[in-house]
Design a protein around this ligand. Structure first.
Ligand SMILES: Cc1ncc(COP(=O)(O)OP(=O)(O)O)c(N)n1
Ligand SMILES: Cc1ncsc1CCOP(=O)(O)O
Ligand SMILES: [Mg+2]
Length: 203
């Protein structure tokens, strides 16, 4: 059941202070189980430059058989022949995506009870729950909800694949798993790591 969620690495060039291809390759060698291309926010690429980087990262994931997700950008989903798409509450609706891409994995962000009530949980393959802890990686992040949010979702849906996100690192990841998550999604814990191998191993 969604084993790929266990160590889910998310990255765009705006998160990197060195070559994103090298960071992804090191993260894969260290044991990540899925990758999401999230080219978004201050300093991110757009247009052809975004597509070119997306193609390179997609190829690396294909080479090592790591599931490749695209964040938000539904047009790029076809161009990059992705394995899955991650959307938030204000992005393209899961209902539309399910019709357009019946064979892709679909992830949806669910950050609080209000969002949970209006979410078509039966249509998604997993939910991204958070931000669990405070994060400075996403400018418009919602308030941190703590690991209680994972417990809430787990109590509502015993078999729902859940990945925690937001401020997660090698030190606090175990709290997220103990609360009932199937995995942890991280950006800065890996992109800013001195030693990617050690961090991914500890996660
Ligand atoms: C695995 C995972 N969970 C949550 C998110 C956040 O998605 P969203 O709320 O749409 O915010 P943006 O990432 O689009 O800024 C995610 N990307 N991945
Ligand atoms: C994309 C996203 N969605 C909720 S928090 C977040 C950012 C996670 O980044 P980090 O792992 O560096 O806190
Ligand atoms: Mg989004």
């Amino acid at each position: 059941m969604a084993n790929y969620l266990r160590k889910y690495f998310i990255m765009g060039s705006q998160n990197c202070n060195r070559d994103p291809e090298k960071i992804l390759t090191e993260a894969i060698a260290a044991g990540i189980t899925a990758f999401q291309f999230r080219e978004k926010g201050n300093g991110s690429l757009s247009g052809e430059a975004k597509i070119t980087l997306g193609k390179k990262l997609r190829e690396i994931c294909r080479q090592y058989t790591i599931p490749f997700f695209i964040n938000d950008d539904v047009e790029l989903a076809s161009v990059l022949e992705v394995d899955g798409i991650h959307v938030g509450q204000d992005d393209t609706s899961v209902a539309r995506l399910r019709v357009k891409f019946p064979n892709l994995e679909l992830g949806l962000s669910v950050s609080n009870e209000e969002e949970f009530k209006k979410s078509p949980i039966h249509l998604v393959d997993y939910v991204g729950a958070g931000p669990i802890f405070t994060t400075s990686t996403k400018d418009d992040a919602k308030p941190a909800v703590g690991t209680e949010w994972i417990t809430f979702l787990r109590n509502k849906h015993r078999h729902l694949p859940i990945v925690g996100i937001g401020g997660i690192n090698e030190i606090n990841a175990s709290q997220v798993m103990e609360a009932g998550a199937n995995g942890v999604a991280v950006i800065s814990a890996i992109t800013k790591a001195q030693n990617i191998k050690e961090v991914v191993k500890s996660l």
